[in-house]
Design a protein around this ligand. Structure first.
Ligand code: CAA
Length: 393
């Protein structure tokens, strides 16, 4: 049986996210983007609405929802404000999920309620000046000092960097062991030696806060290591697989947002005596947009469903992110074309969506890294079971 209907709960989440986006995120989104103004009030409200810890177990203050509900909310929010949705994505699928899945009971009790409520925001600190795609080349060090680690190094392009209270920091403890010597540490930003560096002036997602972070002799208690000694790189890979579903949902939302604006505009705008939607040149663009966005939606929802079923979703997540991000880039450009000159100015939103789309092909693994993940899984015979195995979505 293949089931394509959402549950009542999932529809309610989708509806709530849609209304929240229209009421709370749409006002001021152009100005926040222009001024690189962090959406502090909006993020606080997202916390109150439960959008910052959607999948976290209610015993730790979360919503206890499935991944598909999270994806639906990400999609709706990303139709308008991807600065808000990246803050949400990093907090939910990298920080909260990683901590809840691999952390100790004490770590979960201490940090999850703060993160799930939005009282604290988290950052995921993997990328370095010379370790982006090549993530095993970590130069940040976490030296074992007995009862604590001494953390030193620099992390780049850290989402939520200037606003987060907790960092998940990936660092090398045993250089001679390569990626098997890497650890992941929970670092509170209030601790001595955590230095928030320059804020990036970005092409898109401009209201999200992206910083360089320096760690100078930061003492991290041993109990703040997640998992076994040397688990850090596997942790990063596992967490990023889930994170990629969130970014795929973001890309899907950006594409869908641009498409909805293009359809609306094409029906209203007249040229040569009729709405431009009645000209085949425009109508066919809308048809291609709708078809490819729907294909992306199926990939993204399926990856979320596979995660919820406990299946191996590594390739599914990589495929969803690869495809949805390319659809987002392609069709935000097309949405501008449908809008003509109006599409080129900020007031009509589509130029922002195009700028926001670009990052979805880069962060949480570039499109090239997704192709590495997918092709390695194909060639090692580990690609998941084919589509007809799916019983419901
Ligand atoms: N699950 C579990 N383990 C995994 C894994 C997965 N999905 N993928 C790899 N591993 C393990 C491998 O089994 C291997 O371990 P062993 O040797 O012990 O078996 C180890 O990790 C190393 O794997 P590879 O040899 O495949 O490593 P590689 O150097 O060839 O790189 C890669 C693989 C997929 C390219 C990886 O480096 C990668 O994903 N790079 C992209 C990094 C990335 O996504 N960065 C995003 C930054 S975070 C961000 O953007 C957040 C934000 O703010 C929005």
């Amino acid at each position: 049986m293949m089931e394509f209907e959402l549950t009542e709960e999932q529809i309610a989440v989708q509806q709530a996210a849609r209304e929240f986006t229209q009421q709370e995120l749409l006002p001021g989104v152009i100005e926040r983007d222009r001024d690189m103004k962090h959406p502090t009030d909006q993020v606080k409200k997202m916390g109150e609405m439960g959008f910052l810890g959607m999948m976290v177990d209610p015993q730790y203050g979360g919503g206890g929802m499935d991944t598909l509900s999270y994806v639906l909310a990400m999609e709706e929010i990303s139709k308008v404000d991807s600065s808000c949705s990246v803050i949400m994505s990093v907090n939910n699928s990298l920080v909260c999920w990683g901590l809840e899945t691999y952390g100790t009971e004490a770590q979960k009790q201490k940090y999850l309620p703060l993160l799930a409520s939005g009282e604290w925001i988290g950052s995921f600190c993997l990328s370095e000046p010379e370790a982006g795609s090549d993530a095993t080349s970590q130069r940040t060090t976490a030296i074992d000092m007995g009862d604590h680690y001494l953390l030193n190094g620099t992390k780049n392009w850290i989402t939520n960097g200037g606003k987060s209270s907790l960092h998940l920091v990936i660092a090398q403890t045993y250089p001679e062991k390569g990626h098997r010597g890497i650890n992941v540490l929970l670092v509170e930003t209030a601790w001595n030696g955590v230095v928030i560096g320059a804020k990036e002036d970005k092409l898109g997602i401009r209201a999200s806060d992206t910083h360089t972070i320096m760690y100078n002799d930061v003492k991290v208690p041993k109990e703040n290591r997640i998992g076994e000694d040397g688990f850090g790189f596997k942790f990063a890979m596992k967490v990023l697989s889930g994170g990629r579903i969130g970014i795929a949902a973001q890309a899907l939302g950006i594409a869908a947002g641009a498409y909805e604006l293009a359809v609306k505009y094409a029906k209203e705008r007249e040229a040569f005596g009729k709405p431009i939607s009645q000209h085949q040149a425009v109508a066919f663009k809308l048809a291609d947009m709708a078809t490819e966005i729907e294909a992306a939606r199926l990939l993204v929802y399926r990856a979320a469903w596979m995660k919820d079923q406990g299946m191996d979703y590594t390739s599914a997540a990589a495929m969803a992110k690869l495809f949805a991000s390319e659809v987002a880039m392609k069709h935000t450009v097309e949405a501008i074309q449908v809008h003509g000159g109006y599409g080129y100015v900020k007031e009509y939103h589509v130029e922002r969506l195009m700028r926001d789309a670009k990052i979805t092909q880069i962060y949480e693994g570039t499109s090239e890294m997704q192709r590495i993940v997918i092709s390695r899984n194909i060639l090692s015979g580990q690609l998941y079971e084919p589509l007809w195995k799916i019983e419901n979505v």
